[in-house]
Design a protein around this ligand. Structure first.
Ligand code: ZN
Length: 620
């Protein structure tokens, strides 16, 4: 009887706490802070303990389960990250919160009298137990194998990858026997967890329910509060300030970002005024080639001692635009190059870096993808016909990556491997792009974006035998990397040759999504093993003589800025400047390298999404 009263009092307190919180912060958007989340978890724990009458078995299981979560921050400590003690506390309460929620769900299902219905429904908590047991294991497993923390970039890399890349990653990092060992280990482990998950149900409500209305009512109330709290945690980016909760929020954010992207595009397109600086200049053709994993540290055109990109090197040298050419337009070549000498990527991974390159979001304005217009939408609003040709698959594991979403908004988009792989059973070489170049409309301004596969791991799968040229390095992977760069050089020169003779040709631009540290093999652009080689990239532009003549001011600014620091999140601003697209509400002159007001240089240039200063690069 006493327990009943105590328990009821606690429940009322819980409700008062929740409702009070909601009222205080303006229901229903009450703030779910770390402290509040932990308090809620504590009350839930007490309530659950009373509900289950302090069942000894249950208490032991609770302790082991919570320990599994509470120790997750150790993986951060182990890899040298600073961890606040409250992260352990939050992790502890987060684990406890999950445990109690599922326990109470089991309790509720146990009330059902019909045997069949009850058994079927009990599969739900079994599945939840399984998920909640395997989840913390991912953190420990990843840290054990990779000596790094399982954090947001890893989740992002996983959701943005596709099955071919997964196989390629695994086979380039582990031998066949290691793989068999790991996979069978995982299988045995998963089987053990399934067994445990079923077991957990039996113990959670081991005792017979007492008759009467009170207990079921309490169970319902508890479940409701659990569900309320779970959905709040899911919706909120706050509460339980620990890695375990942050990863769930991040995965949730990624899953919802597609609808957000679609809605924000429509809103932005309607509310943004876009115009052309020289509307009478028609047609003009701009070609933007996005490289993959090309580190300028390994490119001859950026001072590497071997001919890893001989055609580009010669082209950039022979056609280099000088200040004197601008003074005397008659000395211009038909095509003129500007090589930007200090180009970096904003992040060492494709999706993160290109989401910024292709949208108005950048490291300096602190905006994110969905808040800003994309390059393709800006070009379309300015009347350009837009093309996207990618030698990348459009889909990841059941998920459309942001870059694909942007690509699909072009008037015409083509993802070569989507149809190539089913037909030929292998990944196409980049020269397949040459067979798929679009027919351009000579009466319209045109933007063509080409996304090559470049030097993506595994390097040796990126080029045909003819380009197996380098054998001098003791590390075979370095040789393969250089071969892949040599092949990209060939593809680039073919693309340039094709487009420069097209009507209205104005500019051809090349930059890479990020660099790599090729010696790190499958971890060549793993953020947790960051080196500056992962973010040093090539960035150059080839301009027609007509473009130079018509846009002397823009070209002069580019020449003046060519040795300043540049990060590829500013490709958007660069392209708008180059294409003469003006957005009424956007004052981006300080980050637009085609503007004389460009003010990014070594001292304020950033990478790693603003977390690392380029000034720290010892090889700047
Ligand atoms: Zn990439």
């Amino acid at each position: 009887m006493k327990i009943k009263w105590l328990f009821t009092t606690l429940l009322i307190l819980l409700m008062i706490a929740v409702i009070g919180r909601m009222v205080h912060h303006g229901a229903p958007y009450f703030e779910f802070t770390n402290a509040f989340a932990c308090q809620l978890s504590l009350i839930l724990l007490l309530a659950t303990a009373f509900l289950h009458r302090f069942d000894k078995k249950l208490v032991i299981r609770w302790f082991l389960f919570v320990l599994l979560y509470a120790l997750i921050p150790l993986t951060q400590l182990f890899t040298g990250e600073k961890v606040h003690s409250h992260a352990f506390m939050a992790s502890f309460f987060f684990g406890s919160f999950i445990f109690c929620s599922i326990c109470n769900l089991v309790y509720l299902i146990r009330i059902i009298k019909n045997n069949t219905v009850r058994r079927i429904l009990l599969a739900v908590p079994s599945f939840l137990w399984f998920l909640s047991l395997i989840y913390p294991m991912m953190f420990y497993g990843y840290t054990m194998v990779e000596h790094a923390v399982f954090d947001q970039p890893i989740v992002s890399a996983i959701v943005h990858t596709n099955p071919i890349e997964v196989v390629s990653y695994l086979t380039s990092n582990y031998s066949a026997s290691e793989l068999v060992l790991y996979l069978s280990g995982i299988f045995v482990f998963a089987a053990l967890l399934v067994y445990l998950a079923v077991k957990m149900n039996s113990s959670a409500a081991a005792r017979e329910l007492s008759a009467g209305q009170f207990v079921p009512a309490v169970a319902v109330a508890l479940c409701c509060s659990s569900i309320l709290a779970v959905s709040t945690v899911q919706l909120s980016n706050k509460g339980f300030d620990c890695l375990a909760r942050q990863i769930i929020s991040f995965a949730n954010y990624v899953a919802n970002s597609y609808t957000e992207f679609r809605d924000s595009r429509i809103r932005l397109a309607q509310s943004t005024v876009v115009e052309l600086k020289n509307p009478e200049m028609k047609p003009s053709l701009f070609v933007l080639v996005i490289g993959e994993s090309a580190s300028s540290r390994f490119l001859q055109s950026y001072g590497y001692p071997q001919p890893t990109d001989p055609v580009t090197t010669e082209f950039l040298h022979k056609n280099e635009l000088t200040g004197a050419d601008l003074e005397n337009p008659k000395s211009l070549n038909s095509i003129n190059s500007i090589n930007f000498t200090h180009a970096y990527s904003s992040y060492p991974q494709t999706i993160e870096s290109l989401s910024l390159s292709l949208s108005g979001a950048n490291q300096y304005n602190g905006k994110v993808l969905n808040e800003m217009l994309t390059l393709i939408d800006a070009a379309r609003l300015a009347g350009f016909e837009t093309f996207w040709i990618g030698n990348k698959q459009s889909e990841s594991v059941g998920f459309t990556p942001p870059v694909t979403r942007i690509a699909q908004t072009a008037d015409h988009s083509l993802f070569i491997p989507d149809s190539y792989i089913p037909k030929y059973g292998k990944y196409p070489y980049d020269e397949e792009i040459l067979n798929n170049l679009p027919q351009l409309n000579p009466d319209r301004n045109t933007l063509v974006i080409i996304n090559i596969k470049g030097s993506h791991t595994k390097y040796f799968e990126r080029y045909p035998e003819k380009f197996d040229v380098f054998h001098d390095d003791p590390d075979a992977v370095i040789n393969e990397y250089k071969n892949s760069l040599l092949y990209s050089d060939f593809v680039l020169s073919q693309l340039l040759d094709h487009f420069k003779s097209q009507p209205g040709f104005s500019a051809f631009i090349y930059f890479s999504d990020h660099g790599v540290e090729p010696a790190f093999k499958g971890d060549d652009h793993n953020v947790s093993k960051f080196t500056f080689s992962m973010v040093t990239i090539p960035f150059w532009v080839a301009l027609s003589d007509k473009y130079v003549g018509d846009n002397a001011g823009t070209v002069r600014a580019m020449l003046d800025n060519r040795d300043k620091c540049f990060t590829n999140d500013l490709i958007y601003d660069f392209m708008l400047g180059l294409m003469g697209i003006r957005i009424e509400s956007l004052d981006n002159r300080e980050v637009d390298i085609t503007s004389s007001s460009y003010s990014i240089d070594r001292q304020n240039c950033l990478t790693l999404y603003g977390k690392q200063r380029i000034d720290n690069d010892p090889k700047y």
